[in-house]
Design a protein around this ligand. Structure first.
Ligand code: SF4
Length: 142
């Protein structure tokens, strides 16, 4: 069964076990263009750098899960991706005593917040490239 799963799915490091070696990413997944872009960027970075970057469940932190809170506390660094200026991801973390190492607001990067779940690859690439250049690059060669 394990072999079947390994070929069917890209398995990621277990975040509770490996948090101290990983940049842990939180994204709001808001129900708008910018929220969906943020979530797709978090997926993209996790899947591109699976031994360095790992998306983790921000909703679980909101719900008070100590396990998930500890993952963010133990992380090598914390990346917060916010869809819009309400900055829900960063606020959830800060309310629980976690200061993001780097935070970004998709709607401040020239992407309009629209009531749609659709988004363009171009916008995802633009946000992902900015995060890599301004933040992740320094961890990727370690
Ligand atoms: S930051 Fe904006 S897009 Fe994301 S969940 Fe909050 S209101 Fe929605």
């Amino acid at each position: 069964m394990a072999n079947e799963n390994q070929t069917k799915y890209q398995l990621l490091p277990h975040c509770a076990t490996h948090a101290s070696e990983l940049i842990i990413v939180a994204s709001c997944d808001g129900a708008s263009t910018v929220g969906q872009i943020g979530n797709e960027v978090a997926r993209r970075l996790t899947k591109t750098f699976p031994d360095k970057v790992r998306m983790c469940c921000i909703t679980a932190v909101s719900a008070g899960s100590e396990t998930h809170l500890n993952i963010f506390k133990k992380a090598k660094a914390v990346l917060a991706i916010n869809g819009c200026q309400l900055m829900c991801t960063s606020n959830v973390l800060k309310q629980r005593g976690i200061e993001p190492t780097y935070e970004i607001v998709v709607a401040k990067e020239g992407v309009s917040k629209l009531p749609s779940l659709d988004f363009s690859e171009e916008d995802v690439n633009k946000i992902a490239d900015k995060i890599v250049k301004e933040f992740l690059q320094k961890f990727l060669n370690q």
